[in-house]
Design a protein around this ligand. Structure first.
Ligand code: SAH
Length: 259
């Protein structure tokens, strides 16, 4: 069933007039009266709805049931040194696919000004589309850019890591004997961190960790960390539908059939 994120205020009644953007989507997808769709409020509520009116001007649906879905992803907050122009778009898109819960662009000494392309509404659209496309029930939270010190003082997690190419602690040591319920990751912009920024992060209990001998691009560092954390503590290892694999079939030499 097709899914659409909607302003939660629109989901309080059982009869809903869909906004223009969703109407356009329904028409592009050639859905019609009688079809069912799912409407998501962005925090886990899923409403199944039946299309009752659909024309150029109006799309109206009736909600037939509601349920609450939980995400099993580890809550990960990414404090991302704000990179140049469109790179943050990519970080949002891929980070959302990787289950990041909260994105906080941080302003550090070596961030480069980018001529005002930092627009929260644009970022929100990108994150919403990535959440829809990747089948997430939750919309990631997205903050306005903040100075590093402010982000360090504000963000909470029981494991806090700063990716630093000069760190001596490898990632697996940083994760040893830990069962975090929530992780905060700090990744520098293209130019990396000034040493005093890493020292400041340490004062806020961030552990500097190395991601190996190669210098990764800023976006790569966040993706690698998010992927590993979801694998070790989150839902990267959990099949989506809970569908059992096909039974072994002796006539085919014992090979498993794909779905
Ligand atoms: N200042 C560096 C590169 C910065 S890379 C230079 O120009 O040589 C951007 C960010 O990615 C870094 O601030 C760090 O957070 C992360 N990063 C990249 N490679 C890393 C590695 N091998 N280990 C840990 N963090 C890394």
């Amino acid at each position: 069933m097709r899914r659409f994120f909607l302003d939660p205020n629109l989901l309080t009644e059982d009869q809903v007039d869909l906004p223009g953007e969703t109407l356009k989507h329904l028409r592009v997808l050639r859905l019609s009266v009688g079809d069912r769709i799912e409407l998501l409020d962005g925090s886990g509520q899923v409403a199944t709805a039946r299309i009752e009116i659909l024309n150029r001007q109006n799309a109206q649906v009736r909600i037939v049931n509601r349920r609450q879905e939980k995400e099993l992803a580890l809550p990960v907050t990414l404090l991302q040194g704000l990179p140049k122009a469109d790179k943050f778009d990519l970080i949002l898109q891929k980070g959302t696919e990787l289950g990041i819960r909260r994105f906080v662009p941080v302003l550090t000494q070596r961030c480069q000004p980018d001529g005002g392309k930092r627009r929260l509404d644009r970022w929100q659209r990108i994150a919403r589309e990535a959440a829809r496309q990747s089948g997430r029930f939750r919309l990631p939270e997205l903050e306005e850019p903040v100075p590093l010190a402010q982000a360090l003082a504000r963000e909470e997690g029981d494991l806090k890591l700063v990716a630093w190419e000069q760190a001596i602690t490898p990632l697996n040591q940083g994760l040893a004997n830990r069962q975090p319920q929530g992780v905060v990751l700090l990744v520098g912009p293209e130019g990396g961190f000034a040493p005093e920024e890493v020292a400041l992060a340490q004062r806020f209990d961030y552990l500097p960790i190395s991601l190996g001998p190669r210098i990764l691009r800023t976006e790569t560092a966040g993706f690698v960390l998010a992927g590993i954390l979801q694998y070790v503590y989150g839902d990267l290892n959990r099949p989506a539908g809970g569908i059992e694999p096909a039974q072994t079939c002796p006539e085919q030499g014992g090979r498993r059939d794909g779905p």
